[in-house]
Design a protein around this ligand. Sequence first.
Ligand code: SAM
Length: 251
Amino acid sequence: MGDNGPVNDARSTTQNLQPGDETAPERGSRLYPRVTSFRSRRGALTEAQQTTWDALWPTIGRDVADDKIDVDAWFGRSAPAILEIGSGTGTATTAMATAEPHVNLMAVEVYRPGLAQTLQQIERQHIDNIRLLRGDAMDVLENMLTSESLTGVRVFFPDPWPKVRHHKRRLLQGPTFAMIADRLKPGGVLHVATDHAEYAEWIAEAGNAEPALSVLDWESPMTHERPVTKFEGKAQLVGSSVTELIWGKSR
Ligand SMILES: C[S@@+](CC[C@H](N)C(=O)[O-])C[C@H]1O[C@@H](n2cnc3c(N)ncnc32)[C@H](O)[C@@H]1O
């Protein structure tokens, strides 16, 4: 999203550490300095959001950490697990969770007010198959999930970082595809949507280059029906068309 605000890439805590230092966290740790796909955005919660946060977050939310998630235990049941990356205010998350009550849906987002709005929708609609993660999705993929644990991954409208000097910040590039492919079960699906034509080409090229992913020629284990989010609605108003990209992990 916008270009405002300070860059949050954890450098402040690790600026003197170098790869190979004995004291340096391992590469991939959330403490390791790296370029992130987001900028920190401040945003206070309303009083009502704070009340909902205090009531629900301890049970259905957690901050990103270095320990693995026992997904079935967190949901209190064993079911196909889907991860949505960058869920924003949760419009797609809540609609898709409602459409697929048999699925355990986790959504990761860095923006706390967006998570708070998602919590409010969950409370209002009495949805019980969503869990929320606050932090960098790369940390979730790398540190909190195990190989072949996900039935699906969704990335809807990832920030396009259009300037060439910012392309390194793009979430969807080779190493991310490799990580997602590892976390998917055989037969699992990655669904991406973007309204940015040039990023769509970049994403298609990087996804097609990942050997573990292929064209989906079997029945998808998850729905591809998305509601139009507020973000997407704005893109439509300025005439942007949306590209949907779907891959399956070879069985
Ligand atoms: C352009 S918005 C799209 C939001 C939502 N998917 C929609 O369609 O309305 C991209 C979102 O991804 C989040 N984001 C970007 N990089 C992220 C990361 N590495 N981990 C978690 N969230 C991230 C941003 O905070 C932002 O809310």
